[in-house]
Design a protein around this ligand. Structure first.
Ligand SMILES: [Zn+2]
Length: 596
């Protein structure tokens, strides 16, 4: 950082000095050199060009692959031929990129990429959290403002109201639009509201997601005719009856036919091919069909088509400013939750996504121009292997049952004077106590110790942190405590925080019910934190980079390329991967030769 700023500063000084000298010699040359029509024109043209502001990308493209682990690139790169391969070969590949915080969830990761800030700054601490005032769970995008409404395309009537009002800082895209007089168009797509909305920010030209079989937006974002057209021309239900089959020969797959511990969507079994026909025997799209569709490569293709339509309809990348296009591909996440990271399904859906991204880049080359746009691809989090699968290796792996922990806490407080239930909610790592309970515990060390001991005694628990240990990002040698402190946002985060042992899945399934998914994410271990970061195109120096970075570095790097400032960033500019400017011709020397 410091190095980069001083380097930029130094360049600027050289540049300014160069211009002053150039101006002086230009003046001299005009006064003293008699010119004839036959003489070649003096290099006057160079001066005004050098005075222009630095070039900027015409279009910034952000691609997020939901739940894409960093090691998928290392493992499967050899089988890719399209966009993913091109990103690695023509772009900058950061091989040690990881989130530094604990809450490795979708809303958190997308907000971090979008703003360049950590959750302790942007406030999106989870997909959903316990609202102490409302005494209920709220999603990160739910907006209680009665004037806000979700709007459906192609006649759909979605429920709810979703915006970015809980995101405490502006997105990179919003800053870009604001700082460049509003010429920037902001367009985002995802299957998930919490991805499309957080990538866009509080306002956008279009932020579109998928809900109940239809494309949806909400009132602050408005609607777009080209999305309406696409929603009518190629609705998700048009893929009904298709079959997801393996794209490569069976010998090309790393893992067995059946992923151990997998929980496929209704209507699918554990092996390929996977038919998109809803529940067996149903002749038309039902809710099971849309779950299958969202868990298939067809959803990625639909998002890619929407992105291409946006480029064409709005002529993104062809205005006087810099436009912003973002797509979050959700299907890898659904497939990962169902089949786990060690599955043919994950490997295959990435082969298909690679083709979609190849098409998208070819489209951008044609409409915007190769080298005129910059792309970043990353993920919002990784995923842990399915615990039953991991246990096969002999590793200490398992399921940490959160309702069981809640029972233990209530039991521990029985011998103290506390109203029941003392716990309002356990959501992921966060334990929220009923109103007034935590304040009472904080002044009652015997009861607090009983609670902490009860949590630590549960199978799979590695540690418990208290809110006051995490506030204000204290200096600490503990990487996990630091990770929880980067996630901590006062008022929204819990009172206590459970750190599971590594390879132990935090599971909130009610006691006595079977788990409805294979595996998950959301903790501060590398399998959840390590994600790809790939940059390509305008201003990017290709290569492999091994220094540790975080996805919060993407927005500051975009900001540097676009010449804008982010107020509340925690990330840094990825200076190593930025092309240094073209060497300038030296006007003083050129002019000297014309002197008598
Ligand atoms: Zn996610």
């Amino acid at each position: 950082m410091a190095m980069l700023s001083s380097r930029f500063m130094w360049k600027r000084i050289l540049f300014q000095r160069g211009m002053a000298v150039a101006a002086f010699f230009l003046a001299c040359s005009i006064s003293f050199v008699p010119r004839t029509a036959a003489q070649a024109p003096p290099p006057l043209a160079a001066a005004p060009k050098a005075l222009q502001t630095p070039a900027r990308p015409k279009l910034v493209v952000l691609l997020v692959v939901d739940q894409m682990r960093g090691d998928y690139v290392d493992k499967f790169l050899g089988q890719w031929t399209g966009g993913l391969k091109r990103l690695v070969e023509e772009g900058a590949w950061f091989r040690d990129a990881a989130y530094p915080y604990a809450a490795t969830e979708t809303c958190v990761g997308h907000s971090t990429i979008s703003t360049g800030a950590f959750p302790s700054t942007h406030g999106m601490v989870a997909n959903a959290w316990w609202d102490r005032k409302e005494q209920k769970m709220v999603t990160c995008t739910s907006d209680p403002d009665p004037s806000v409404k979700n709007i459906g395309y192609a006649g759909a009537t979605p429920k709810g109201a979703d915006t970015a009002w809980r995101m405490a800082v502006p997105s990179f895209a919003e800053e870009l639009k604001f700082q460049t007089s509003g010429v920037t168009r902001i367009v985002t797509f995802s299957l998930k509201a919490r991805a499309a909305i957080t990538m866009a920010g509080h306002k956008a030209d279009a932020a579109t997601w998928f809900d109940g079989g239809a494309w949806v937006t909400s009132s602050p974002y408005g609607t777009m005719p080209f999305i309406e057209e696409q929603a009518k021309a190629h609705p998700a239900k048009a893929d009904f009856g298709k079959t997801w089959s393996l794209s490569l020969p069976a010998s090309a797959y790393w893992y067995g036919e059946k992923a151990l511990g997998a929980v496929p969507p209704d209507g699918w079994d554990l092996t390929f091919p996977h038919p998109l026909r809803g529940k067996t025997g149903v002749g038309e799209p039902d809710s099971a069909y849309y779950e299958q569709w969202a868990s298939s490569p067809y959803a990625d293709t639909a998002l890619t088509e929407l992105a291409e339509k946006a480029v064409d309809a709005l002529k993104l990348g062809n205005s006087n400013g810099t436009d912003f296009l973002a797509v979050s591909y959700s299907s890898v996440d659904y497939v990962g939750h169902e089949f786990g990271p060690r599955s043919r399904e994950i490997q295959d859906i990435l082969v298909r996504l690679d083709k979609d991204l190849g098409n998208l880049f070819a489209h951008l080359d044609q409409r915007v121009g190769r080298g005129n746009y910059v792309v970043a691809l990353s993920a919002d989090h990784g995923v842990v292997p399915i615990p039953e699968d991991m246990q096969k290796t002999g590793a200490d792996a398992g399921v940490l049952h959160l309702p069981k922990v809640q029972e233990h806490i209530e039991k521990a407080l029985e011998s103290f004077n506390y109203a029941k239930p003392a716990v309002a909610r356990i959501s992921g790592s966060d334990v929220y106590f009923a109103t007034g309970v935590y304040e009472k515990l904080a002044a009652d060390s015997n009861a607090m110790n009983a609670v902490l001991d009860a949590i630590r005694a549960a199978p799979g628990v590695a540690a418990v942190y208290r809110a006051e240990e995490l506030r204000d990002r204290p200096a600490t040698q503990s990487p996990t405590r630091r990770a929880f402190s980067y996630s901590y946002f006062p008022g929204r985060s819990g009172d206590l925080f459970i750190l599971p042992k590594s390879y132990w899945l935090l599971d909130g399934t009610p006691l006595g019910k079977p788990r409805s998914y294979g595996t998950g994410h959301g903790v501060p271990y590398n399998y959840d934190q390590h994600v790809p970061v790939l940059l390509m195109g305008f201003g990017i120096q290709p290569g492999q980079y091994f220094q540790p970075i975080t996805p919060a570095d993407i927005a500051p790097t975009f900001a540097a390329l676009c010449g804008i400032t982010l107020a509340s960033r925690d990330g840094h500019i990825l200076a190593e991967s930025l092309k240094k400017s073209e060497p300038r011709r030296s006007p003083p020397q050129a002019i000297k030769t014309t002197k008598p």
